[in-house]
Write a protein that binds this ligand. Structure first.
Ligand code: NAI
Ligand code: 13P
Length: 324
């Protein structure tokens, strides 16, 4: 919709012919955006070669675990000069790779024309043209600027960025903290608890990010604190809602089924567990959440354990917290 608003002809590829037909005939996609009429200028197809014919910009917006297979299918049809931009917030679970690394592997001829789009941007609000700010990061400034000029408009303000690692790590890890925020709210804890989760969550996001090669300041930006705040506080967040349902005793399987959309924070919690071990970085909140989600730990006990950790200095722990 943002691209169509900017006057670009857009072709959406869907694996479902039925969805493509609904979009073309009724200008709706009711399963995902119930009361929305899509703007003119959007065509849909289930033919991936047709969708990519003569395109200048490819936006990859499937869930993280589906990116590799989708780009593998798309890659032979993507024109050489096209920009490849993704908006997925997660790591590939089986390899722990960032999504731009997956794109580089699956479409090596686009190296240098790959970018990530991230930031506080719930689709439900973007489609209402409610003011939204995001970042687009690429190793090549030229590519970030080109993606910016495709996407930027009066209600969707796009900043460029060069720290691909920081932007991807921030956008992924914030979902873990949002699950925790939903859980905390559901357990009846207050605003102090939520502020603590956001702030201490940001510290562990930045800690892992720095170990992976990110610039610390990136976490103070839109793809860090910006997306963290919106996901921990918005009624639109699937991650917050999943955490909230967990506090009411629903099982993880039940929740994922009920949601019917991706809850990236679940697989990201597993990935963060492995990454924190790989890099020797302490991530107390992610680690407690891992035990709640996958080892049946009582969430109240998890909160007690977080509150009962050894006495420490805020700044030291923010920067240096390590497993050793
Ligand atoms: N929904 C939002 O407001 C935002 C989502 N994101 C990120 O974008 C990514 C996608 O999120 P959503 O669109 O919300 O997820 P979703 O679960 O609502 O929908 C994803 C779309 O991908 C399709 N899909 C799933 N698996 C597929 C596969 N194997 N092959 C082809 N198509 C497949 C689904 O049919 C659906 O149309 C996630 O990484 C999410 O974190 C980023 C910013 C905002
Ligand atoms: O990333 C998002 C908003 O920026 C979407 O968050 P949820 O996946 O929790 O809905």
């Amino acid at each position: 919709a943002v691209l169509a608003d900017n006057g670009h002809p857009v072709t959406l590829w869907s694996r479902s012919r039925q969805t493509a037909e609904e979009i073309n005939q009724q200008k709706t996609n009711r399963r995902y955006l119930k009361d929305v009429t899509l703007p003119e200028g959007i065509d849909a197809t289930d033919d991936i070669a047709k969708a990519l014919d003569d395109t200048h910009l490819v936006l990859v917006v499937v869930p993280s675990q589906a990116v590799r297979e989708t780009v593998r299918k798309a890659s032979p049809h993507i024109p050489d000069q096209a920009l490849l931009v993704h908006a997925a917030k997660g790591f590939e679970r089986s390899t722990l790779k960032r999504i731009s690394e997956v794109l580089e592997e699956e479409s090596p001829s686009h190296q240098g024309r790959i970018a990530v789009l991230s930031g506080p941007s719930h689709a439900e609000e973007v489609i209402q043209r409610s003011p939204t700010t995001v970042v687009v990061a690429s190793q090549e400034e030229k590519s970030a600027k080109a993606a910016q000029s495709f996407l930027n408009n009066q209600s969707f303000r796009v900043y460029t960025h060069s720290d691909v690692v920081g932007v991807e790590v921030g956008g992924s890890l914030k979902n873990i903290i949002a699950l925790g925020a939903g859980l905390s709210d559901g357990l009846g804890f207050g605003d102090n608890a939520k502020a603590a989760l956001i702030t201490r969550g940001l510290a562990e996001m930045a800690r892992l990010g720095m170990a992976m090669g990110a610039e610390p300041i990136t976490f103070a930006g839109l793809s860090g604190v910006g997306d963290l705040v919106v996901t921990c506080t918005s009624r639109h967040s699937r991650n917050w809602r999943a955490g909230n349902l967990l506090s009411r005793g629903h099982s993880l399987d039940e929740i994922l089924q009920q949601m019917g959309m991706v809850v990236e924070g679940v697989k990201t919690t597993q990935a963060a567990h492995d990454l924190s071990n790989r890099y020797g970085v302490e991530m107390p909140i992610a680690s407690e959440l891992y035990e709640v989600l996958f080892e049946g730990k009582d969430p109240r006990q998890a909160v007690e354990d977080l509150m009962g950790r050894g006495e420490t200095n805020e700044l030291n722990e923010m920067i240096r917290g390590s497993l050793s």
